[in-house]
Design a protein around this ligand. Structure first.
Ligand code: I3S
Length: 124
C-alpha cells in the first residue's frame, strides 16, 4: 500500500558492553560515574547488568537498572561529556542516562534500535 509504513525488523541486539552514566534519577541530579554495563534491549525496556553472567548465568535476574522506554526521548549529545559517541536517554520520569562506546558503529546501532523501540513502545 502506498504510504504505508515500512516495517523494519529490530537489529538483533542480544547484549553488549556499553559505558553508561546515570546523570539524573527522577529529576535529581547524580554525580557522573561512568560504568561499563552489559546492556540488553527488549521491546519496552533497556536493561543494565553488571556483567553478562548476571543476565545469563546460573543465577540470573540481578538487573542493576531498568529504563522504561515508553515516553522516553533519546538524542545525541556533545555537551554532557568530553567523550565521543555519546547519546542520552531521558525517561518520562526525568531520569537521564548517557550511553557511550568508542566504536561509533556500535553506539549508532544502539541509538537507532533504542529510538525504534521507543517509537513502538506502549504504555504498560
Ligand atoms: O561532566 P563532568 O563532571 O566533567 O564529568 C566528568 C567527571 O564525572 C569525572 O569524575 P570526577 O567527578 O571524579 O571528576 C569523570 O572522571 C569524567 O569521566 C567525567 O567526564 P566525561 O567527559 O568523561 O564524561
Amino acid at each position: 500500500v502506498a504510504g504505508a509504513a515500512v516495517f523494519e525488523p529490530f537489529v538483533d541486539l542480544k547484549g553488549e558492553h556499553l559505558n553508561v552514566a546515570k546523570i539524573s534519577d527522577n529529576g535529581k541530579k547524580q554525580r557522573k560515574n561512568w560504568t561499563t554495563m552489559w546492556t540488553v534491549l527488549t521491546s519496552e525496556q533497556l536493561l543494565f547488568y553488571k556483567d553478562r553472567q548476571q543476565e545469563t548465568g546460573p543465577k540470573p535476574g540481578g538487573k542493576t537498572d531498568v529504563v522504561q522506554l515508553y515516553g522516553s526521548v533519546t538524542e545525541w549529545t556533545s555537551e554532557k561529556s568530553s567523550r565521543k559517541n555519546v547519546f542520552q536517554i531521558t525517561t518520562n520520569t526525568g531520569s537521564e542516562y548517557l550511553i557511550q562506546a568508542d566504536s561509533y558503529s556500535t553506539v549508532s546501532k544502539w541509538f537507532e534500535a533504542i529510538r525504534k523501540a521507543i517509537e513502538s513502545s506502549t504504555k504498560v
